[in-house]
Ligand binder design. Structure first.
Ligand code: HEM
Length: 501
């Protein structure tokens, strides 16, 4: 439905140049640039990015309008070049435009992969990864040198996710081996880097012809590597299924990883199996969506807590009461750790996993607050800006978990880690495109943190004041700390607890 061919009442925004529009006003931290524009022009800002219409907001009411009231208008995604090359031609879930393909893939996720029953079936794996995490840090702590927490937390997330997806562990004892792990890490990092780039070819058609940095070539190269990696995994799973069939072994539902599950499902239009490309797109999405988000969040939370010894002491006091010194943390403890849950909410406020939601795109012309929003407008929901919006938060640069204690996030005596009714934080988004992996994401984050704060005391590297831990970020699809977090760990539980089975 086309209401306006020539919208006259666009939302306010900064003056723009011919051809490039507002592109040159964005720096290497576009979420901060856009937040500054929101402060200047109000809750809804219009930008022209090359040939693309865009809006940005950091305001709860406007966000609710976009994600809930007008969910059916704004539930699509732009077809960026990175999405085309790195998400199997946008035939995945996360980067797919709104339509029957996205609906089908999302349904497969919800009904077969991310169900509570399926997640429950991996709880033993998660417990063993949690134990592996503690032992890993314990071993590293023996030297008294600072531990690289980015490495440790990255391994924890990656192992949890790949065990569930492809049945393998990539780091530690019985892992798949260093060369396969390195290959996997390398392509995942490269993929993330490319997905995060604001690629000018998406905004200026002529740029694609020139491509001075060879960005599209690089995307094609990574696309090929990713595809080969997934082909190998699917091939291994098929061979294992054949072997089982030959021996008359049944598929045991409780032991199936995600690739097994997808190989067992029928395809579209009565086909016996899903296409390989569909399976690869889904697996790739899960790896990308699950690994970095939880690892980045854990690193930020550790950085803020170690920076604030007062908070660390309170977290440990709670762990002492709920868990006690004689055992490691169990998943069943996590609902009782309300102060730690506040720490995670506060981490999401200050350092959301991604500085923006994945860009949404409008399907047709519409209006917000009386302003014209043309079809195919790209929506930048500024979650980083939302958490630091001075109209809704006091002392925005202060890390203070207590501010979440009595919020509307409190339900059944449990601090909820989600947006709540007031939309003042938005860790997992809302509406049709909200994160389908939120329960798993929350578990991975809480488990990693609870385990590390319970088992160890933490301090910055020798000679550094906690207050000097830096909290600069870099922009990307996710928003990691600029420098890996290094900290000294001192075991605080009786020695046998670290060795117990
Ligand atoms: C702390 C961990 C996580 C955080 C903070 C997080 C956050 C998000 C956010 C903000 C979005 C974008 C929503 C939008 O554009 O409106 C998203 C999408 C998505 N997430 Fe997560 N996520 C996490 C973990 C996971 C996990 C563990 C999985 C699956 C195993 C997952 C699967 C997805 C998928 C498939 C989408 C795309 C949904 C769609 O476009 O329909 N996420 N997530």
């Amino acid at each position: 439905l086309k209401l306006f061919t020539n919208p006259t009442n666009l939302p306010p925004g900064p003056p723009r140049w011919p051809i490039v529009g507002n592109l040159l006003q964005l720096t290497h931290l576009p979420h901060r640039d856009m937040a500054a524009l929101s402060r200047k022009y109000g809750p809804l800002v219009y930008l022209k990015l090359g040939s693309v219409d865009a809006i940005t907001t950091d305001d709860p009411t406007t966000i609710r309008e976009i994600l809930l009231q007008q969910d059916d208008v704004f539930a699509s995604r732009p077809r960026t070049l990175a999405a085309v090359h790195l998400a199997y031609g946008c035939n995945d879930v996360a980067l797919a435009p709104f339509g029957p393909n996205w609906k089908r893939m999302r349904r497969i996720c919800m009904e077969h992969l991310l169900t509570s029953k399926r997640l429950e079936s991996f709880s033993t794996h998660r417990a063993s990864e949690a134990q592996h995490l503690v032992r890993d840090v314990w071993a590293r702590a023996q030297s008294g040198k600072a531990v690289n927490l980015r490495e440790v937390l990255g391994g924890f997330s990656m192992n949890n996710v790949t065990r569930m997806l492809v049945g393998k562990q990539y780091f530690g004892g019985g892992s798949a081996g260093p060369s396969e792990a390195m290959e996997f890490i390398h392509i995942t990092h490269e993929l993330f880097r490319l997905l995060g780039v604001i690629y000018l070819g998406d905004y200026l058609p002529f740029w694609r012809w020139v491509d001075p940095h060879g960005c599209e070539d690089k995307m094609r190269q990574v696309e090929k590597q990713v595809d080969e990696f997934h082909s190998k995994i699917i091939q291994e799973h098929r061979m294992e299924r054949k072997r089982k069939e030959a021996h008359g072994e049944q598929d045991d539902d409780a032991n199936m990883d995600f690739v097994d599950v997808l190989l067992s499902l029928p395809g579209e239009d009565g086909k016996e199996h899903m296409d390989d490309a569909e399976i690869k797109a889904l697996i790739q999405d899960m790896i990308a969506a699950a690994t970095d988000t939880s690892a980045v969040t854990n690193e930020w939370a550790m950085a803020e807590v170690i920076k604030h010894p007062r908070v660390l002491a309170k977290v440990q006091e709670e762990l002492h009461t709920v868990v006690g010194p004689d055992r490691l943390v169990l998943e069943s403890d996590l609902v009782h750790l309300n102060y730690l849950r506040c720490v995670v909410r506060e981490t999401f406020r200050m350092h959301p996993a991604g500085p923006f939601l994945i860009p949404h795109e409008s399907l047709r012309d519409t209006k917000i607050h009386g302003y014209d929003i043309p079809a195919k407008t790209r929506i930048f929901i500024n979650t980083h800006g939302l958490g630091r919006n001075t109209k809704i938060w006091d002392n925005v640069d202060e890390f203070r978990p207590e501010r979440h204690w009595a919020t509307d996030g409190m339900m059944n005596n449990r601090v909820e880690i989600s947006h709540g009714a007031d939309f003042k934080i938005l860790p997992f988004s809302a509406g049709k495109r909200k994160c389908p992996g939120a329960p798993l994401g929350v578990t991975l984050v809480l488990m990693g943190l609870a385990q590390l704060f319970h088992s160890f005391d933490w301090a910055p590297p020798e000679g550094m004041d906690p207050r000097d831990i830096d909290t600069n970020e870099v922009y990307g699809m996710t928003m990691p700390k600029a420098h890996p977090l290094m900290a000294i760990a001192r075991p605080r539980l009786p020695a046998p607890v670290y060795q117990s089975k």
